[in-house]
Design a protein. Structure first.
Length: 299
């Protein structure tokens, strides 16, 4: 694993004069190692080093996403990363204003810097998502962003469940719940929208007084099921705060279909699938063991 000094040297090779003193590393991300360091003027920079070749391969797609969403969210004063260095081995950009609502301690434990069950956050999140989801699939497609129709979004989950069930021992009750969900027409959307895919407080930046100032990590963004941007809110804060988010979302122009709440809950319950797919991608024994434990807790 590269050290902070290695990452600083890598940045120097791309024309950034950054100081190792005061630099910090964040190992929480599954796809990137992140180092933050200051330049000679005191400006803070974010350095993202991909952990795997497949992550580097996806950089061009994420760049197109950022170009699409930046002006839309800027209308509400919300920033996204402005990549100044775009290379297969390094992404670098000036740090955005604000601080994340969730970080990990050195021991890997979550450290909350805000209350995920706060009604104020729930409402702000709803308005943010309404703005993001207002980007039409046609506009996203024209920008070169991946577009999944409702049928494609549902089929992708069928494919993912099949792949995970073939690769791991899955508890029968869990597998049955997934197949019941996949067969339930009431949960699935009739339209898809531009989504972030992993929007939760670790990827959301806040000003000291509470407003959202930025959104990070757009690696998994695409046109897809709107519920994928709501499942983490359900997981962190429960159904009551999810309803508060949806009320603000609808008031700000978001479209709420009858099965949206249930779908957000189902997607949260399906999160072991995502981790299992990640483990299959990395092939690391620890990741595979963690996935196996999630999929078959009593095995």
């Amino acid at each position: 694993m590269s050290t902070i000094d290695d990452v600083i040297a890598l940045a120097a090779a791309h024309g950034l004069d950054l100081a190792a003193r005061g630099a910090t590393a964040n190992e929480a991300g599954l796809d990137y190692r992140v180092v933050m360091a200051d330049d000679t003027t005191g400006r803070r920079w974010v350095l993202r080093v991909p952990r795997r070749a497949d992550v580097s391969a996806g950089m061009a797609a994420e760049a197109r996403i950022l170009d699409l969403v930046a002006p839309v969210l800027a209308a509400d004063g919300i920033a996204v990363p402005d990549w100044q260095v775009r290379a297969p081995e390094l992404i670098a950009y000036p740090a955005l204003p604000g601080a994340p609502g969730l970080t990990l301690t050195d021991a890997g434990e979550p450290h909350w810097h805000m209350d995920p069950a706060s009604p104020d956050y729930a409402e702000r999140l709803g308005r943010l998502l309404a703005r993001l989801h207002s980007i039409s699939p046609e506009r996203a497609e024209a920008a070169g962003v991946e577009v999944r129709t409702p049928a494609r979004a549902r089929q992708a989950w069928r494919d993912d469940v099949a792949r995970v069930c073939a690769a791991f021992t899955v508890a029968p009750a869990l597998a049955e719940a997934w197949h019941t969900w996949l067969a339930d027409d009431t949960c699935w959307p009739e339209r898809t929208v531009m989504t972030h895919g992993e929007i939760y407080p670790a990827h959301v930046l806040f000003a000291a007084e509470g407003p959202i100032t930025g959104v990070l990590d757009w690696t998994t963004a695409r046109v897809d099921d709107p519920a994928r941007d709501l499942s983490a809110q359900y997981g962190a804060a429960g159904r009551e705060m999810l309803q508060v988010t949806l009320a603000a979302y609808e008031q700000a122009g978001g479209r709420v279909h009858a099965g949206l709440v249930a779908q957000a809950e189902h997607l949260w319950d399906a999160s072991p699938i995502g981790y299992a797919l990640y483990a299959l991608t990395t092939g690391a024994e620890t990741d595979l063991a963690t996935a196996a434990a999630l999929l078959n807790p009593e095995g």
